[in-house]
Design a protein around this ligand. Structure first.
Ligand code: ATP
Ligand code: MG
Length: 430
């Protein structure tokens, strides 16, 4: 159907273009039809004496068409145009569109836009979000591949709830109950127990949290890596930091046009600063935000720490390390001599959590005793912990939210814009 994209037109050539009717403008004896494809917009000009004049004039916005014609240079307008010799209507659109298709549309609320997502997604700025997301993921996985990480797939259906049980969805599984994973974490660890040393998994997670925030979905995706034979959690942070720096540097070059659409420009530090507990309590207290020793700093604390790091280190990224064990799941590794604190890390970007990770406990007895401390039922731990009886190396990893990262990178205010078809507490369609 197509010989050229809108961005590839060459004057003097006969071309076939295909796309959607972006706009139709009638100017007396002339009709201009703008045809939008993945790479931009081409202008088709039809004079009154062209036998296709009538057919072009009657086109409806968003109809899918193919046009054949000669590409000419409009010197006055400094534009390439197409003088058509053939028009094929591939699929006609309705007379009335449910949402305003102009990119500067401010009238349509997000909910309505998501109801009409297939039309909404056609807007170039929305296409740009997913191009950037795709490149981001491609570059992050390329980095891991080059470092010798193997991409693997771990199960999404779990026989027991993965951590707490309260935040997971359950599904009917023949005559049993299964649970959707909230993180590929446990099976990533079991893959390490299976003798693989560096792996990563890209896939979905589900959270049945009834929270309505602009940064939580009920279904999101992560890029999650796990690595064996580490000295400590700092080895993991290094991989994550370098993966992000690599990907964002590439993006700056390869997605310059798309980043510009969001007015995004960034500089990257060579290293991400690290803040550790319990010092974090002191930093926050000085900023007027008192958090009780042993407790989490919350969203407001996260934001304030972001402010602190930006001022002190001029970095949008930083790690938090050594979370209180009381806040973290049974499988994290604690500092042996200071068991109140765990080798547990978060990556914060522009004041919002991007990832969690750290070093995991690989010693069988400790896993069992930590699970007991967390009051976990034996059956929900045994299937996992038993494999640690047979020699598992020190290991750790991280899980980075893909939609979260896209949202923060592009300064988008609602995470729902960064997923094609969002699933939240209210939405299961389209
Ligand atoms: P938060 O505290 O922000 O709710 P979390 O600590 O519960 O996140 P993790 O279990 O650490 O989340 O998940 C790893 C990463 O996955 C998070 O850092 C975040 O980027 C992303 N993520 C977690 N939950 C969601 C969600 N409900 N929607 C979108 N992304 C999420
Ligand atoms: Mg977390």
């Amino acid at each position: 159907l197509r010989t050229h994209y809108s961005s590839e037109l060459k004057p003097g050539k006969n071309v076939k273009i295909a796309g959607w009717v972006d706009d139709i403008r009638a100017l007396g004896s002339l009709v201009f039809v703008l045809v939008r494809d993945e790479k931009g917009i081409a202008q088709v000009v039809i004079k009154k004496d062209n036998s296709l004049f009538e057919k072009f004039s009657k086109l409806k916005k968003e109809s899918c068409i193919a046009v054949e014609g000669e590409c000419v240079e409009n010197k006055q307008a400094k534009k390439k145009e197409i003088i058509p010799s053939k028009l094929t209507i591939l699929s006609e659109s309705s007379d009335v569109l449910p949402i305003d298709m102009s990119s500067k549309d401010v009238k349509t609320g997000l909910d309505k836009r998501l109801d009409e997502r297939c039309l909404d997604l056609r807007k170039p700025e929305n296409q740009a979000i997913f191009k950037i997301q795709s490149m981001l993921l491609y570059e992050m996985s390329s980095y891991l591949n080059k470092q010798g990480f193997l991409q693997v797939f771990t199960p999404c259906l779990m026989g027991v709830p993965s951590e707490s049980g309260s935040e997971v969805f359950s599904v009917k599984y023949f005559d049993k109950k299964a649970f959707l994973r909230q993180d590929p974490q446990l099976h990533r660890q079991l893959t390490i127990a299976g003798g693989m040393e560096k792996i990563y998994d890209i896939g979905p997670c589900w959270r049945a949290e009834p929270s309505h925030t602009t940064r939580h979905l009920c279904e999101h995706r992560v890029i999650a890596a796990e690595m064996a034979f580490i000295d400590d959690e700092y080895d993991i942070m290094k991989v994550e930091e370098q993966m992000i720096i690599h990907a964002l540097q590439k993006l700056k070059k390869d997605c310059a046009t798309e980043l510009k659409m969001f007015d995004v420009d960034f500089s990257l530090p060579k290293k991400f600063p690290v803040l550790e507990f319990p010092e974090i309590y002191g930093i926050l207290e000085k900023m007027g935000h008192k958090v009780k020793h042993g407790e989490d700093y919350g969203t407001e604390g996260e934001r304030l720490l972001g402010e602190f790091v930006k001022k002190k280190y001029n970095s949008d990224f930083f790690f938090v390390n050594r979370f209180p064990f009381s806040l973290k799941p049974f499988y994290v590794m604690r500092i042996d001599e200071k068991p109140e604190w765990a080798r547990s890390t978060d990556l914060i970007y522009k004041g919002i959590e991007m990832s969690s990770g750290g070093q995991r406990e690989h010693r069988y007895q400790k896993i069992i005793s930590q699970a007991k401390e967390k009051n976990m039922e034996e059956k929900s731990v045994k299937w996992f912990a038993d494999f640690f009886k047979y020699g598992v190396p020190p290991h750790g990893g991280f899980a980075l939210g893909i939609e979260r990262m896209t949202m923060m990178l592009l300064n988008i205010t609602n995470i729902r814009e960064c997923v094609l078809f969002p699933r939240d507490t209210q939405r299961l369609t389209p």
